[in-house]
Design a binder for this molecule. Structure first.
Ligand code: ATP
Ligand code: MG
Length: 391
């Protein structure tokens, strides 16, 4: 008998010919996520992935990691035995039930599936016999309830016998790496980490870009962004973070442009620089944490003017979300506690008192004409970027 994990995946099973690409990506992402926890044998098997630890491992740790791998619908920790006989099934069922039952009473039900049709008993008969065996051998702890049992003991007869009862939900989505690449504009706020998480959940590989404005933004604000990137990387596997010095650009805008337009022009230049980096990184889109109407720079008019700065598609997965909905996701994915740390990000320093809420592109373009130095400032900022690989 061996301890194993059965990994179930949903959406990717319906992908027709691409299915193998998806399965291979999932397999490799699973390998990466648990490689530091021990040695594992991991393989595809009949529409699921089977993980067999080769040494003693901390099962909770393995499950915590797997719960973050996009594409996984459920993880079932259980046991496997190559011998397919009623005796071995009985032994496995009893051993599994003993391992999960404390000193309480439980209602239970046995459910059997078999792809091995040569086995002398059918599924119903196996369930019935194993149920009776457990009732007899668990010291009166168990009671059958076929409708709403506390424990559903699953027995699967395939090339081996598998027994499990826990079905732990995974994050769903698609394996990272199966849907291209995008660059996330990552600030220290609540929204952008959630936006990045949502897009990577759809199988998109992501990297991050953070604009810092020292000395107006502190080293701790940057550390905070790095911590957010690490949390995102705990889902995506790896994460390349670009840190772009933005002070000179902000000063230039501050000096040359009408102050009510500062934010919108700054946002446009962030987008332009991000697009440049995205192209260098072979990324096909940008991601931001914007949602309609949240602040002056996120009115529908402002979003349109920001958007007009770039050619690449800009994904804004939070566009229709209320703050509370975003906060709920950020708590779930563990970015909230980091995001609410008080260190300022660059936007708060140069925020105009009366920001434009309905900017017109033609006036903004007019103002940007006075930024004749901008191209070289952008070159300089990109040349001075810092790159941090987070794994
Ligand atoms: P967040 O909570 O993500 O900071 P926000 O509600 O504070 O968003 P803004 O400050 O208007 O909104 O920023 C909108 C989006 O622009 C952010 O979600 C992020 O994608 C991007 N952004 C803002 N500031 C920065 C920055 N300093 N570096 C990188 N991206 C930024
Ligand atoms: Mg912000």
């Amino acid at each position: 008998m061996k301890n194993i994990y059965l990994v179930k995946y949903g959406e990717i099973a319906i992908k027709g010919k691409n299915r193998y690409l998806f399965e291979d990506a999932l397999l490799s992402n699973i390998k990466n996520s648990i490689k530091r926890l021990g040695k594992f044998h991991i393989k595809k098997e009949q529409g699921r992935i089977l993980i067999e630890p080769e040494n003693d491992i901390d099962s909770d740790e393995v499950i915590d990691k797997l719960k973050k791998v996009f594409g996984i619908v459920a993880v079932c920790p259980g046991i496997k035995n190559e011998e397919i006989s009623m005796d071995s099934i009985k032994e496995m069922a009893l051993s599994h039930m003993k391992s999960i039952c404390q000193n309480n009473k439980y209602t239970f039900k046995v459910e059997t599936r078999r792809s091995d049709k040569s086995f002398p008993l059918n599924s119903m008969e196996i369930s019935r016999d194993i149920g009776a065996y457990l009732l007899k051998n668990m010291d009166g702890q168990l009671l059958v309830d076929v409708h709403n049992p506390q424990i559903r003991l699953n027995i699967e007869l395939r090339n081996s016998v598998y027994v499990y009862s826990k079905v732990i939900p995974g994050p769903g989505g698609m394996p990272v790496g199966t849907n291209g690449k995008a660059m996330l504009l990552l600030s220290g706020g609540i929204d952008s980490p959630v936006a990045g998480w949502m897009i990577s959940k759809r199988g998109v590989e992501i990297g991050g870009i953070y604009f810092e404005s020292p000395p107006y933004t502190s080293e701790r604000a940057k550390e905070k962004v790095i911590d957010l990137a690490k949390t995102i990387a705990s889902y995506t596997g790896k994460f390349k973070l670009f840190i772009i010095p933005f002070t000179n650009i902000q000063m230039e805008i501050f000096e040359k442009c009408p102050h009510e337009q500062l934010t919108i022009i700054m946002r446009r230049i962030m987008m332009k620089i991000s697009e440049r980096i995205a192209k260098e990184e072979n990324a096909q889109a940008l991601i931001t944490g914007e949602s309609i109407g949240q602040v002056a720079s996120q009115t529908i008019q402002s979003l349109a003017v920001t958007n007009a700065a770039v050619e690449l598609p800009v994904f804004r997965p939070l566009i229709g979300f209320d703050k509370e909905e975003i906060v709920n996701i950020s708590k779930k994915i563990n970015t909230y506690e980091i995001s609410i740390l008080p260190y300022e990000d660059c936007c708060t320093i140069f925020v105009p008192k009366h920001p434009e809420t309905k900017p017109k592109l033609e006036y903004i373009l007019q103002s940007e004409k006075s930024l004749y130095n901008m191209e070289s400032l952008i070159e300089e900022a990109v040349a001075n970027k810092e790159i941090i690989m987070i794994e």
